[in-house]
Design a protein around this ligand. Sequence first.
Ligand code: F6R
Length: 242
Amino acid sequence: MKLIKAVDYTDMSNLACDLIVQKLKDLAEPVLGLATGSTPEGLYECLIKKNKQGEITFENTTSFNLDEYIGLADDNPNSYHYFMNEKLFDHVNIAKERAHVPSGVAKDFTEECEQYEKMITEAGGIDVQLLGLGVNGHIGFNEPGTSFSSRTHVVELDESTRNANAHFFASGWEVPSQAISMGIETIMESKEIILLASGEKKAEAIARLLNGEVSEAFPASVLHNHANVTIIADEAARSKLK
Ligand code: F6R
């Protein structure tokens, strides 16, 4: 695992932006794996800017998001569909039919999960998967204890995850208790993985990821088994590293 030491959130976002920009320039038909949450917002702002300036195009890009809350329709402002439209897709020249987010309102979730896997395979697999890091070590919404051989599946969210994400929800809304998430094996099949971490609240998780053992009790630790992982962490997120 390669560790890139960013100074702060802006630096982390810009360093990640440089890596993604290079990918978009190098690949004729890039397939990106995308994440939601606070961590990638600065990166998405940077990508929007570079797209508007004409430095990069999303014309031939396909994307697959990691996850979605169960029970939230695409147009629900708390959904990850909505988040991605607002933070990236509506502002760049990506074809919406190739910007995939798993459905939170599928009639049949077994079928939705299988279909999501099939679409990733048919796109030729994910070239670069972007990840944030849960305070409990989750990647995607794969909570501690998830099998390393999991594929796209329905998950029960940990209380800690629901609390950590409550600030995204408008008042009157509760964080759903379930989500649909790419599985750990699905994530591990990506050709390259970039994990971003910023802020003191991620310091414990970054220390455990880099210094701890590989175990299903700490999902992100699986990344030690992948040949091409880059972690970009800012000073605050690195503050508990030995
Ligand atoms: C989001 C996702 C989650 C987040 C993680 C960190 O699609 O899959 O794993 O990356 O919960 O969230 P933030 O960035 O809000 O700290």
